[in-house]
Design a protein around this ligand. Structure first.
Ligand SMILES: [Zn+2]
Length: 239
């Protein structure tokens, strides 16, 4: 079993993007980043662990521009962007979606944490806004949506479906109903929002992995019965 997941979307770019797995160990437990395991993952790629920065992740829509790696955790943010080489930005997830943006034209990367709450609060449109700020046409922007909980497993209450229907049209495509249970299609929702915002479909990659079905390989909050679940990291940096 490989220790790191890599993505073909960026194979020809001068950026490094990977996710950790259970073989590396949890990268966040009980709200605390596990630096030993993060270091392990960075060293496997011959990268400097001291250059890592993470947002605190509060299921909001705030993003910060990062210019150096002196602060390791950026409070109250769910996304980070940088134009600096060799700064590595990460998010940790266990069912929510880790999302990476890269503009080859502007030489800018971003990483975002998006669960249903973050999506409802507009994190994806905030991310697009930052990438558009320099007059970017979005033509060059690539977006990776990493492993997250699939439609197969993401049972939610009717209240959440109602929340989405208040905010989006064609809500009937966003979920499925089996008997009296509702299942949300997080990846489909993310794709629709990004397409509507102007990101090209051919520049997107969606991991097919459902975290709950693959919790022996990754981590899933839904799958773990007790509250002390681990999380895996998705990390990006320009090299
Ligand atoms: Zn599943």
């Amino acid at each position: 079993m490989s220790k790191l997941l890599t993505y073909r979307l960026f194979s020809r770019d001068n950026i490094k993007v990977f996710s950790t797995t259970r073989a590396i160990g949890s990268t966040k437990t009980d709200g605390k980043l596990k630096w030993k395991n993060l270091e392990k993952a960075m060293k496997l790629n011959n990268l400097e662990p001291a250059n890592l920065v993470f947002p605190e992740q509060v299921h909001g829509n705030k993003i910060e521009f990062i210019k150096n790696a002196t602060r390791k955790i950026i409070p109250k943010k769910d996304g980070l962007v940088t134009k600096n080489k060799n700064i590595f930005l990460g998010v940790v997830t266990a069912d929510c979606a880790p999302i990476v943006f890269y503009s080859s034209k502007n030489k800018m990367i971003g990483v975002f944490h998006a669960g249903y709450k973050g999506i409802l609060s507009g994190i994806l449109n905030e991310a697009v806004k930052i990438f558009k700020a320099d007059g970017e046409s979005l033509q060059e922007v690539k977006v990776l949506v990493g492993p997250s909980i699939g439609l197969c497993c993401y049972e939610v209450g009717k209240k959440i479906i109602d929340e989405f229907s208040k905010n989006f049209l064609n809500i009937e495509k966003f979920y499925s109903k089996k008997e009296d249970k509702y299942f949300l299609d997080l990846k489909f929702i993310i794709k629709e929002i990004l397409l509507a915002a102007g990101i090209s479909g051919k520049n997107m990659e969606f991991s097919a992995i459902c975290t709950k079905d693959n919790s022996s390989f990754l981590y899933s909050a839904r799958k773990s019965k007790n509250k002390r679940y681990g999380e895996f990291a998705t990390i990006v940096g320009m090299i």
